[in-house]
Design a protein around this ligand. Structure first.
Ligand code: CIR
Length: 262
């Protein structure tokens, strides 16, 4: 009798190559700084390589050379199991990003698609999943109608949608993300209401709030947060760091540059 070796399901992450006018990306809370495009491209290559090294297959959304913020693909779609919820970007310059992201998720077998409709706005960076709880930032990008539509879509699927005020940074996930065990980590200067999270841990660096779970015990983090990386390594996690300085100058973080589809 022949046994097929059991293979782990393919893990797929969407990414999108930086636009040629990346330096013109939106800024809300930071002053504009010089962007080194060649360095940004190299950092993006290294970011993708880090995903691949951890067993992820990267799928590129069609390039949008003139959509400055298109590299921040996380803002255009949020996955809830096999359901892809396409966002409705709160910045007018970012609305044209979504159609190509829709084509990319539709090409993944088994994925079903819903879309937040105007006048609802919602940026993917405002959505943090922790088990069956979905925290959604009420931010300058995500409005009440966007939150209402998300709640309407997700409540029948067993999720609880919890709205969170976000006034001190661009997106909810610029202020908090979650460890694999569900502990929410954030920087005290950025989080409006830490008491909303059942388990909240303050981290010492602003760039340290963003972690991407690459495996049960592996976290991807920004190289700009060494003290936070050391703290999380001390909890037994394997921490992989990437330098994303050029994207951080544009209010991006390690989460924004990919979407784990499955
Ligand atoms: C923007 O303002 O939309 C971009 N410059 C940065 C988006 C970062 N995305 C994110 O935090 N999810």
């Amino acid at each position: 009798m022949h046994h097929r070796p059991r293979r782990r399901a393919r893990r797929i992450a969407l990414v999108r190559i930086p636009a040629s006018n990346l330096a013109e990306g939106e800024l809300t809370h930071l002053d504009r700084q010089q962007i080194d495009q060649a360095k940004a491209d190299e950092q993006w290559d290294n970011y993708c390589a880090a995903l691949v090294a951890e067993g992820w297959e990267t799928v590129e959304v069609d390039a949008a050379p003139d959509l400055a913020d298109s590299v921040f693909v996380e803002d255009a779609v949020v996955m809830f199991g096999d359901l892809a919820v396409l966002a409705s970007p709160g910045a007018a310059s970012r609305r044209p990003e979504v159609d190509a992201v829709e084509r990319a998720v539709r090409a993944v077998p088994g994925v079903s698609v819903a879309r937040i409709q105007e006048p609802g706005t919602l940026d993917g960076g405002d959505v943090l999943k922790v088990g069956s709880t979905v925290y959604v930032g009420a931010s300058s990008r995500t409005n009440a109608e966007g939150i209402r539509q998300l709640r309407e879509l997700l409540t029948p699927n067993g999720f609880i949608v919890v709205a969170v005020p976000v006034t001190r940074a661009l997106h909810l996930k610029s202020t908090v993300t979650a460890l694999p065990d569900g502990t929410v980590i954030g920087h005290p200067d950025l989080v409006d209401e830490p008491g909303l999270f059942p388990r909240f841990l303050a981290v010492p660096e602003r760039e340290g709030v963003a972690v991407v779970e690459l495996g049960d015990q592996t976290l991807l983090m920004s190289a700009a947060a060494p003290r936070t990386a050391a703290m999380l390594a001390g909890f037994g996690y394997r921490v992989v760091t990437v330098d994303i300085s050029e994207f951080e100058k544009l209010e991006g973080c390690v989460t924004c540059l990919s979407v784990r589809v499955r």
